[in-house]
Design a protein. Sequence first.
Length: 198
Amino acid sequence: MTSHQPYQVRHTRPADLPGARALMLDTFYREFGYGYVPAWHEDVVALEATYLDHPRHALIVATGPGGEVVGSTALHSRGPAHPPHPKWLAERYPSGLTAQLVRVYVRDGHRRHGLARRMVALATEFAGREGGYQHLYLHTNVDIPGAEPFWRSLAVEVCDARTTGEHGPGVATVHFEIPLGPARAGVRLPGELAGIQA
């Protein structure tokens, strides 16, 4: 657990689950505008089974004053699915060997405090301790304000899929990897340093 008053970043406790779910659903409806999509968001309905009950999965939260959940980051062991993603990408990041970052959200009004960066750093640390993971993969919609520069500050681009429309109209997908293990030697990622200010 890391603490930068008035915020804490830590692994999720059962009491955090309703707040984490509310944050995710609010993000789908208010930020993304497409709402809950069962094919994409089934983990949100089953947060405890998906993340807390699985030893190789993690759900990280940022809490604000009074313990309110104001940020989330999740990690699971399923690689990118084909379809919608390209077959070569799914083969490069196979399930079981790949830790995938998802649900990296911070509630409006609590941004610009480095919470996303701190949550991703804790998730990356968790992935690095899990002996079976060879890759830490994610994809993002770079049309979301701030998403592209944030991920480019932490990760390496694998594939810019903006021209493929793999998630349909209005979703500009770019795929990234955060180095783990030996591939990470000499790579100092923002977010691992004390006193993160992003």
